[in-house]
Design a protein around this ligand. Sequence first.
Ligand SMILES: NC(=O)C1=CN([C@@H]2O[C@H](COP(=O)(O)OP(=O)(O)OC[C@H]3O[C@@H](n4cnc5c(N)ncnc54)[C@H](OP(=O)(O)O)[C@@H]3O)[C@@H](O)[C@H]2O)C=CC1
Ligand SMILES: CC(C)(CO)C(=O)C(=O)O
Length: 348
Amino acid sequence: MSYVERKSVLVIGGGSVGTIAALNLQSGGSTDVTLVLRSNYNAVKENGFHIDSCDHGTIEGWRPSIVRNTVPNIIEENIKPYDYIVLSTKNIPDIPPTVVDLVQPALPSTNTHTTLVLIQNGLNIEKPFLESHPKTIVLSGVSLIGSAEPSPGKIVQDDRDRLMIGPFANPNLSTSSAADDAAREFVELYGKAGKTDCKFSPNVLHDRWRKLVYNACLNPICAITGLDTGRIRLADGAVDGLVRPAMREIVEAARKSAGVELGDDVVDFMLEIDELWLYLSPSMLADVRKGSFLEFENLLGEPLKEGKKAGVAMPTLEVLYQIAKAVQWRTKEQRGLVQIPPKRKTEK
Ligand SMILES: NC(=O)C1=CN([C@@H]2O[C@H](COP(=O)(O)OP(=O)(O)OC[C@H]3O[C@@H](n4cnc5c(N)ncnc54)[C@H](OP(=O)(O)O)[C@@H]3O)[C@@H](O)[C@H]2O)C=CC1
Ligand SMILES: CC(C)(CO)C(=O)C(=O)O
């Protein structure tokens, strides 16, 4: 009888993307998944997840092996280091806790066993971990899923899960072959149930810049205007006046700052990647509607910074960035994170 070693996976962030990741990993039958929840913890603990998925169908009352509302402290709780930690929270470096602080209890700085998988949008998201956890293999997960959590514990996935996994470059590791092996193994575990399209994709920088043509442009434009990707295509002049110029700036920034050639057709491709009649709300629009903080630094700020450093003129992205920052400030005020002087009448 052959013995197949089970893998332990900790998924931190059981929202729209993380729950589907946990479901794929658990359904494959070779992993034990622990899922860390926050605002939906009570709802899921009581009733499980209600999942309505174009890949998995409708599932009522789903739970992974373990559900908890804190990140395990593996030393204090005497837990064996996880084989993989998947981070699928929003990545919002301007709002505490940082992702490094969040993961730390389950991933000591000296870790060499656990592979960290970042299924998150944006650029330079691996950089803080390369400093805090120099010997940890960090994988990039670029996801093309369309998924939302309209109420706590209810996950609606209406666009197929396509996930590209590859290792982030890590100058602290002497060879890249262990990272390649970890990425390939994760792809196998994730796709084992046969419900998803998960691929090994070694050119992480290319994949991330390509996705930014969408996320740095449509996410903030939809979030700021309140229009989904179908309506923005129908709105008077918005595509030619706003979306295309923003997308072209990203294409140029990718070329000049990272040597990444995205090809002439990428703007049209990203504009039409969602069928118009899906009226898809990008995750940043969903966040504005929920009054949540925006992931604008990694999706917009980082590519803008890299492009400007390389001498690319990025006037559209600059304005989008400044507006997104003001929207973030509005949420900070609503949540009591900033204090303003009281309103006064003009003194005569
Ligand atoms: N949604 C989509 O279709 C797509 C999203 N992405 C990317 O995937 C990543 C995840 O996005 P998405 O799933 O949409 O986000 P969601 O907001 O739906 O889910 C994130 C989850 O992480 C939880 N979380 C956040 N911070 C913490 C914390 N400190 N401790 C514990 N839990 C925490 C949130 O809890 P709480 O509810 O309390 O905030 C929430 O449950 C993002 O980078 C996004 O850009 C990529 C492709 C498509
Ligand atoms: C556009 C989409 C849904 C791509 O899969 C995404 O990345 C997001 O909503 O942030």
